[in-house]
Structure formats: C-alpha cells, structure tokens
Design a protein around this ligand. Structure first.
Ligand SMILES: NC(=O)c1ccc[n+]([C@@H]2O[C@H](COP(=O)([O-])OP(=O)(O)OC[C@H]3O[C@@H](n4cnc5c(N)ncnc54)[C@H](OP(=O)(O)O)[C@@H]3O)[C@@H](O)[C@H]2O)c1
Length: 162
C-alpha cells in the first residue's frame, strides 16, 4: 500500500485563497481525477466544503473535529489515526491519496511516501494557504512532464522521499 499526496502549487507553494483554488487549469483537474479515480481520498473539512460534494468513483474520507459534521456520501473521521485505519481498510487498488488542503498535507507529511505535484510557473501573492516545504524531503524525481494552456505553463512532477 502506498500513501501519496497530490497537489498543485504556484512558485511559492501557494495552494489557495478564501477556501478556493487560485487558478482554473482543466488539464490539471483532469490529471487529478485520472490519478485519484478508484482510490481512497483523504481531505480536510475545508477542502471538502470547497469541492462541495463527494468526489465520485472514490471513497471520500473527511477529517473534522466537529461532531455535528456528517454530510452524505463521505466518511467523517476525527483524527489522523482514524483516517489511516479506515483508508487502509477501504483501499483496494494499492494507493491512498491525501488531497489537501494545507492543514491536511502538513498533518500527513511525515507518513506520505510519494508526492504528485503540479508546479505552476506563476506567483500568486494573494494566496492565504501554502503547501509545506517539500524540496529537501521529496528529493527523488520519479517523473516530470510539462504542460501548458493559454494562461499558465506547468510541470507534473512525481517525487518520492529518498
Ligand atoms: N492547490 C491544491 O492542490 C489544493 C488542494 C486542496 C485544497 N486546496 C486549497 O486549500 C485550502 C483549504 O486548506 P485548509 O488548510 O484551509 O483546510 P483543510 O486542510 O482542507 O481542512 C482543515 C479542516 O480539517 C479539519 N482538521 C484539520 N486537522 C485535523 C485533525 N488533526 N483532526 C481532525 N480534523 C482536522 C478541521 O475541520 P473542522 O473545522 O470541521 O474541525 C479543519 O478546519 C482551500 O483554499 C483549497 O482550495 C488546494
């Protein structure tokens, strides 16, 4: 079983603002769906609210301290240990994905073995949440693929810890 994180970041590890993304990159959205489809995904309550519904064709695990938070179609857990235990029970395809946001990437940073990171070649000074510093930790590059659209150039990296 592999525990992976998947995220898209700006040049300064920007993740989002006002509980939303800072860009709309269809190819990255497609990539996210392709990589996570059929797997267990783990996210924070704010990211779940930002997405607005359970992700289809995935088992959704949402972390929240709020005992009254119980939306349809997702498993709600109250700590990291519960999230991991449930994810390991439910995952049938060999890879669990941590899908954010900032709090949850930080929470699982130590355990995560692989990072799928889309690096966007732009800065977003308005950002209010950031991916944790990863450059000295995920030092093994597994693959790298460039992409671009009318607004942005970006690179899809897959990285692991040495
Ligand atoms: N660029 C990307 O790839 C990407 C990916 C995902 C998200 N994002 C962005 O990231 C932002 C959201 O990130 P965020 O850091 O603000 O929020 P988050 O990590 O999505 O969720 C935080 C919430 O998770 C719950 N939580 C956190 N730690 C917990 C723990 N140890 N045990 C139980 N529950 C815990 C709490 O929910 P309660 O308050 O309910 O207790 C907390 O408020 C948005 O802007 C979103 O668009 C970007």
């Amino acid at each position: 079983m592999r525990l992976s994180m998947i995220a898209a970041v700006g040049k300064n590890r920007e993740l989002g603002k006002n509980n939303a993304l800072l860009w709309n990159i269809p190819e990255d959205m497609h990539y996210f769906h392709m990589m996570t489809r059929g797997h267990v995904v783990i996210m924070g309550q704010k990211t779940f609210e930002a997405i607005g519904m359970p992700l289809k064709k995935r088992i959704n695990i949402v972390l929240s301290y709020d005992k009254l938070f119980s939306p349809q179609g997702v498993f709600v857990v109250k700590n990291k240990q519960e999230a991991l235990q449930l994810a390991y029970e439910q995952e049938k395809a060999g890879e669990i994905f941590i899908i954010g946001g900032a709090m949850i990437y930080t929470l699982f940073f130590k355990e995560a073995e692989r990072l799928y990171l889309t690096c966007i070649e732009a800065s977003f000074p308005e950002a209010d949440v950031f991916f944790p510093p990863y450059e000295d930790i995920f030092t093994k590059k597994v693959s790298e693929k460039k992409g671009n659209d009318t607004m942005f150039s970006y690179t899809f990296f897959i990285m692991e810890k040495l």
